[in-house]
Design a protein around this ligand. Structure first.
Ligand code: ADP
Ligand code: MG
Ligand code: ZN
Length: 485
């Protein structure tokens, strides 16, 4: 993407909340929605003398991510204290990683809008604990006090940092989509941006085309949906390009995205940017990720979205777009594969799912998990079309019924009497009748105006309530129209 001679440069920092049962350094539960401060203990409350004990499951999550981004995590990794004061951080420091993160350099492939594959380099991914949450509204004394909920404090996060390899809001969007899919396939994060289990900060700069040196960057925060990420980055690129083309400098700062006004405001400038005084946490030993641990994790790795995407294109001959849409969500891809297994019609199955099913699922709370149509029933419907029991048009009606009732399509066809009429003598009687009662169009046809054929097809479909076998009706109509007797 090039604008007025400037090229945007973007690097993303994503915080993924891990789906471990307990917190990173204590046994407190991570379940969402508990009463405020119920899920706390001396460790995550930061009581003096309480000692952290590392959660092994969080390490396993990090190892899986390393494998998914083609990084080898074998070796030492160190926890560090990131010191700052905030009411939702009672210890006065966050345990994070600085110099030796658990996941080093790697890469993620994305598809660009022009249909090319692009490599986005991962700089690192480190483990850290989440902070608590301050809340300023909805409490008995909100006008006088701020309230703090520490249930979230201590929940494990993986912060995944890219190199500045992204060059448009769309690429940032594509990267986030792919990263979310990877985390979801690995089962280590639910990827819900609205609920805060996936959080994204975007670093943005622009530079004259051809210049190697990076421009001064700003950091965008508070981007709580994929669309906000895209819009905020676009807004910031426009702002910076305007400044630069007027000969003004971009000031390094942190900006907050305001959803209501669709603009940004300054949160802090470089002068008051924090010095966190990182140092290795003396309460925690360095961790040693072993080859055996990595091999054990490798043995349990699922097929990843990218591999599935390529397999769908190769084995099912799907278009890149359809394959991408079907594999972005793990559950959706599993649903699709079950339908294909039941009908052996991969392209038709993709069409029904992407056009009809996803459209109707928008009205259903709970999405695919609450889908009223079972995969084997959708497969059954596709087979009914393939074997000429019903036409494609009738199938839409059956589909709507399935979506309401969850019934087997065969039962619906039976119950509503929707079976296609393939009985030649029954159809022939209807065709003869139509020809007898429409002498004028018949003459037109016989005098060479073959365009009126459509009229006869329409009449025949009407007479059979859409249930006449189209191919057979066409054949019979042609026969009788061309037969002058
Ligand atoms: P910090 O730790 O201060 O946030 P990092 O150097 O770790 O800084 O970079 C954070 C993110 O910002 C990374 O994703 C990186 O790619 C990106 N980044 C760094 N410099 C620039 C720049 N000039 N323009 C755009 N993105 C940048
Ligand atoms: Mg940063
Ligand atoms: Zn705790």
């Amino acid at each position: 993407m090039i604008l007025h001679g400037y090229e945007p440069v973007i690097g993303l920092e994503v915080h993924a909340q891990l789906t471990t049962q307990s917190k990173l350094f204590c046994g407190c539960s991570t379940t969402f929605g508990a009463r405020a401060n119920d899920q706390t203990c001396p460790v995550c409350l930061g009581m003096p003398g309480a000692l952290p004990v590392l959660n092994r499951q969080a390490i396993e999550c990090a190892i899986k991510l390393a494998l998914a981004v083609h990084n080898d995590p074998v070796g030492q990794s160190v926890f560090a204290r990131k010191n700052y004061f905030y009411p939702d951080l009672p210890k006065g420091y966050q345990i994070s990683q600085y110099e030796q993160p658990i996941v080093g350099p790697g890469r993620i492939l994305i598809e660009t809008q022009s249909g090319d594959t692009k490599t986005i380099r991962i700089n690192r991914a480190h483990l850290e604990e989440d902070a608590g949450q301050s809340s300023h509204e909805g409490h008995p004394q909100s006008s006088k006090k701020s309230y703090v909920n520490l249930n979230r404090g201590g929940i494990p996060l993986l912060e995944i940092v890219t190199e500045p390899d992204l060059h448009s809001p769309e690429e940032a969007y594509a990267y986030l989509t792919e990263l979310k899919a990877i985390l979801q396939y690995l089962g280590i994060c639910d990827g819900n941006m609205e609920e805060g289990s996936l959080r994204c900060d975007a670093n943005v700069s622009v530079r004259p085309v051809g210049q190697e040196k990076l421009g001064t960057r700003t950091e965008l925060k508070n981007l709580n949906s994929f669309n906000n990420v895209r819009r905020a980055i676009q807004h910031e690129i426009d702002r910076q390009v305007t400044l630069c083309s007027q000969g003004e400098a971009v000031a390094q700062c942190t900006l907050l995205w305001d959803v209501d006004t669709q603009t940004t405001r300054v949160m802090r400038t470089k002068e008051d940017s924090h010095d966190y005084r990182y140092f290795p946490d003396p309460d925690l030993l360095p961790i040693e990720v072993t080859r055996a641990q990595v091999e054990a994790a490798a043995a349990t790795m699922p097929e990843l979205p990218r591999q599935k995407y390529e397999r769908f294109i190769d084995t099912f001959q799907l278009s890149r777009e359809d394959a991408a849409r079907l594999t972005v969500d793990k559950e959706l891809s599993a649903y699709y594969e079950e339908v294909v297994a039941g009908c052996q019609e991969p392209k038709t199955a993709a069409n029904w799912i992407l056009a009809e099913l996803l459209r109707d699922l928008k009205q259903v709370e709970g999405g695919l998990a609450a889908c009223p149509i079972q995969p084997r029933h959708l497969a059954g419907l596709i087979q009914l079309i393939a074997t000429d029991v019903i036409s494609g048009k009738i199938a839409k009606e059956v589909f709507a019924d399935m979506f309401q009732t969850g019934d087997d399509p065969e039962l619906i066809v039976e119950r509503k009497g929707l079976k296609q009429i393939t009985d030649t003598s029954a159809l022939e009687a209807i065709v003869k009748q139509i020809i007898e009662s429409n002498p004028d169009p018949v003459n037109e046809y016989r005098n060479g105006k073959t365009k009126v054929f459509g009229f006869f097809v329409g009449q025949a479909m009407k007479a059979t309530k859409g249930q006449g076998n189209p191919a057979l009706l066409n054949k019979l109509l042609k026969q009788h129209l061309e037969n002058q007797s």
